[in-house]
Write a protein that binds this ligand. Structure first.
Ligand code: FMN
Length: 186
């Protein structure tokens, strides 16, 4: 059984909503056990990361980067960097922001660099945007065209009302794809 942690921060529930769908997608893959965890809690006990084979990291984009709470989680792993205890774990990132671009890429790059410094293995979001094959923009998986990680766009209302169906579909496929990749590693 491979263990996956979905670790996220969310102030207003939008990133939490996507995290839960990513976890749902990952859990459809037999042979995986998926835990959804708050970045703030993991910051107090980063050694808990050691039990996981795969890490799915999620933060809202705040001012073109990860949120302060998510950065605190990343910084809490500093001692583990010295001994490279996280080396070889599979990792991927996701982010939510309100604007179509919104500098979400910077958030993913920050997560990517964090994972590289720890010696982890990065997995992207290998989904051809479905609008290329005639699916409507709102319904299309990977409609935002992000391959380095998963992006979603949300308005400021209740999380359950704010996502295009395509972004929910992307979250499910992203989680599933990550779990399948993890199972392929020996
Ligand atoms: C301090 C702050 C900074 C933000 N910066 C950006 C930004 O750079 N780009 C963007 O598109 N949205 C930005 N937003 C909007 C959030 O990314 C968006 O509302 C997101 O859905 C919040 O996720 P959450 O509900 O999980 O906290 C910002 C919001 C806040 C509170």
């Amino acid at each position: 059984m491979k263990k996956i942690a979905v670790i996220y921060h969310s102030s207003h529930g939008h990133t939490a909503h996507i995290a839960s769908h990513i976890a749902q997608g990952a859990a459809t893959v037999a042979g995986t056990e998926v835990h959804v965890l708050q970045a703030a809690e993991m910051a107090t006990a980063p050694e808990a990361l050691l039990q996981y084979d795969g890490l799915l990291l999620g933060s809202p984009t705040y001012l073109g980067g990860v949120s302060g709470a998510f950065k605190s989680f990343m910084d809490a792993t500093g001692k583990m960097w010295r001994t490279q205890q996280l080396k070889g774990k599979l990792a991927a990132g996701f982010t939510v922001s309100s604007l179509p671009a919104g500098d979400k890429q910077s958030t993913l790059m920050s997560m990517f660099t964090f994972c590289m410094q720890h010696g982890m293995l990065w997995v992207g979001n290998p989904i051809i945007p479905e609008q290329q094959s005639g699916v409507s923009y709102e319904q299309a998986a990977n409609r935002l065209g992000s391959w380095s990680g998963m992006m979603a766009q949300a308005g400021h209302g209740a999380p359950s009302d704010e996502f295009a169906p395509g972004d929910i579909k992307t979250a499910l496929l992203f989680g599933q794809g990550f779990a399948e990749t993890l199972l392929r590693l020996r």
